[in-house]
Design a protein around this ligand. Structure first.
Ligand code: C5P
Length: 402
């Protein structure tokens, strides 16, 4: 269960008799190295006290949506962002119905709406309630939305019935949580990742740049760290905090980014170029601020920047090299051309003509292209997509080095 070390888990408890097992579940998750924050629905507090859960988790328990004191500490949006995983155990039939219909009428449902962390449910209810057509339909729809169901198990129930609907045992749930995290697929590998835009100065106060937020590159860096890699994140100017447990090198221009990329490249196993590098820079940078003149039209002279990923991929000791292709038309054809031209092992193609994904958005959908296959990864949060991409890159890297 090493995969739970340093993971931030929200344990959501809803109203059901199996809530008493959450004490043991919290102890197991904590024992495996996870940081656990407990969120309870009002009904859950009838079955187990917040005080018990606070003592076991070592963190304040959250149980009210509109609690000014709690919001001043860690508000519901911060909590939603904090979580690496939300486990709801026990998940009652009522909770599943509310989650399915997108309600936000208590803290736990609101968190589920606001998070982009994976959500897992451990259903627990009477066998007839579980078999009910409405509950079954809700379970199906939740799974279609990517929400995982752990169980339920079958057996004797608190009410005296026997059948499906028992919550899985705490040890099984802790194990299933651990399995949700990356496999250590890049254990011991060194990964360089470029991210964000570059800034090409015109004079001391102006520059040419683009709208790249760096979110995709930063999510990839986090996912690579989670997969066990040593990561160097070479970042243009962005508004993002450095993920923990990696080396971040901040750069401004494409040439700075190239220098930082080549520094230590001999140790690099996998190079991922997700930066939106400016293709051109001004031929000269004015020493002083350029003044407005009489002319209506101003001409700028630009010179081509070095292609960072192509430079890396042209080396005799080339690492496994992954590029990105952000395109607005003929996405796959342009991406395939880039794969060949830049001598890449993989290219991640995305359609930036869509405003709901890509640049500056929190979501993305891509196709990963190699010399012999295309693999589409459907729309999801950049964080989840990054995990999927890192798993895929790791397996292609392993296939390549056999
Ligand atoms: O040629 P284009 O900019 O469309 O290629 C995109 C891919 O090349 C991305 O992986 C990007 O990070 C990389 N690139 C680079 N250096 C450049 C231009 C693009 O590394 N100067």
């Amino acid at each position: 269960m090493q995969r739970l070390t340093n993971r931030q888990i929200i344990l959501g408890i809803t109203g059901g008799i199996a809530a008493y097992k959450c004490a043991e579940l919290t102890r197991l998750l904590k024992g495996a190295g996870a940081d656990v924050r407990v969120v309870m629905t009002p009904a859950a507090t009838e079955f187990i006290t917040p005080l018990t859960m606070q003592a076991l988790s070592g963190n304040p328990v959250h149980h009210q949506l509109l609690d000014p004191e709690a919001e001043a500490g860690m508000g519901h949006i911060e909590l939603a962002k904090w979580a690496d995983l939300i486990l709801i155990a026990p998940a009652s039939a009522d909770f599943m119905a509310r989650l399915e219909s997108g309600q936000g009428n208590d803290l736990l449902t609101t968190l589920c709406l606001a998070t982009d962390a994976p959500i897992c449910l451990a259903p627990a209810m009477n066998q007839a309630m579980w078999r009910d057509i409405a509950t079954q339909a809700n379970a199906d729809k939740l799974q279609q939305r990517g929400i995982k169901l752990f169980g339920p198990g079958t057996g004797e129930q608190a009410c005296g019935d026997t059948g499906p609907g028992r919550m899985l045992e705490p040890a099984e749930l802790a194990q299933l949580c651990a399995e949700q995290f990356s496999s250590g697929a890049l254990s011991g590998k060194t990964v360089f990742i470029t991210a964000g835009p570059t800034r090409e100065p015109l004079d001391p106060v102006r520059y040419i740049s683009n709208h790249s937020s760096g979110k995709m590159g930063y999510s990839l860096a986090q996912a690579a760290v989670d997969a066990g890699a040593r990561v160097k994140l070479i970042s243009g100017p962005v508004n993002l905090a450095a993920p923990e447990r990696l080396q971040r090198v901040m750069v401004q221009t494409a040439r700075d980014m190239l220098d930082a990329s080549l520094d230590g490249i001999e140790q690099c196993d996998i190079f991922i170029a997700s930066a939106a590098v400016a293709d051109y820079r001004p031929t000269a940078v004015a020493e002083h601020k350029m003044k407005k003149g009489k002319e209506e039209v101003m001409e700028l002279h630009l010179v081509k920047n070095p292609d960072i990923v192509a430079t890396v991929a042209a080396r005799p000791d080339k690492p496994f090299t992954v590029g990105f292709a952000a395109e607005t038309q003929d996405v796959l054809a342009y991406a395939r051309d880039k794969l060949q031209r830049k001598n890449l092992n993989l290219i991640v193609a995305n359609d930036v003509s869509r405003s709901d994904i890509g640049f500056n958005s929190d979501e993305n959908a891509v196709t990963v292209i190699s010399a012999d296959q295309d693999q589409p990864l459907p729309q999801t949060s950049k964080r989840q997509l990054a995990n999927q991409l890192i798993e895929l890159i790791a397996s292609e890297y392993n296939r390549n080095s056999q």
